[in-house]
Design a protein around this ligand. Structure first.
Ligand SMILES: C[S@@+](CC[C@H](N)C(=O)[O-])C[C@H]1O[C@@H](n2cnc3c(N)ncnc32)[C@H](O)[C@@H]1O
Length: 222
């Protein structure tokens, strides 16, 4: 196996251009290829630390847009007023708090999240995370909005891609050049969210305490 180049071209460029990580160029390349962003948009960035995608998204949406980030780890960089970031787990953090920061659902949801890599089963866990992202998408994304999420290609990838395709007018995998050749990471880019295709949020089952339970007959007043 070739020696992993730690300080590659993108790492050096990020240092020169003031980005917090080389990941900045992946989002720039996704945008060059897909044209998702417009000035004034509301963007959510899941797994945003250290904050390079927040920097790039802020450039794309301009001063009238809003960028909201969430990560298990704290973001230490100081941003403009229209960039907000929270610490928490994307699958547990209240979506209301994220939407409040943006004034409603988002035009774009980004996720560069990956489960901790341990060497075996990484791709499977990343695909599971992809399905979880699809589950929370209806809560967060506007109709016709766009979703970009990272996944490691493995055995469950075709099924995840098929599930994603059902929810978007156009949905394809894309590997930006700044993504390392050796890595199995790829981004699924869904454009034009079809809200009507998304499963309804299941109502939470409320446990009724025994003293409040009635039979059918009691309910009918018999
Ligand atoms: C590759 S880094 C993201 C880099 C980021 N796009 C940037 O440009 O700086 C992946 C991030 O996902 C976060 N992450 C992983 N699982 C998460 C989860 N369940 N909820 C929130 N963040 C998560 C990690 O803490 C990590 O900071």
């Amino acid at each position: 196996m070739g020696k992993r180049v730690l300080h590659d071209k993108w790492f050096k460029l990020a240092k020169e251009e003031g980005y917090l990580s080389r990941a900045a160029y992946k989002l720039k390349q996704i945008e060059r290829n897909k044209r998702l962003f417009r000035g004034g948009m509301q963007v959510l960035d899941l797994g945003c630390a250290p904050g390079a995608w927040l920097q790039v998204a802020r450039e794309f949406v301009g001063p009238k847009g809003v960028v909201v980030g969430l990560d298990l780890q704290e973001v230490r960089h100081t941003f403009d007023d229209n960039v907000h970031h929270f610490v928490g787990d994307a699958f547990k953090f209240p979506s209301e708090t994220l939407k409040e920061a943006a004034g409603g659902r988002f035009d774009i949801v980004l996720s560069d999240m990956a489960p901790n890599t341990i060497g075996h089963g990484d791709a499977e866990r990343s695909v599971t995370m992809g399905h979880q992202i699809l589950e929370i998408t209806p809560e967060l994304l506007k109709a016709d909005g766009h979703l970009v999420f990272k996944v490691l290609e493995g055995s469950g990838f075709p099924e995840l891609l098929a599930a994603s395709k059902k929810l978007f007018q156009d949905c394809r995998p894309y590997k930006p050049p700044a993504s390392r050749d050796v890595s199995r990471e790829i981004y699924i880019v869904g454009m034009g969210f079809k809200r009507s295709e998304a499963p309804e949020k299941r109502p939470e089952k409320k446990r009724i305490p025994p003293h409040l339970r009635f039979t059918e007959e009691e309910l009918r007043g018999k």
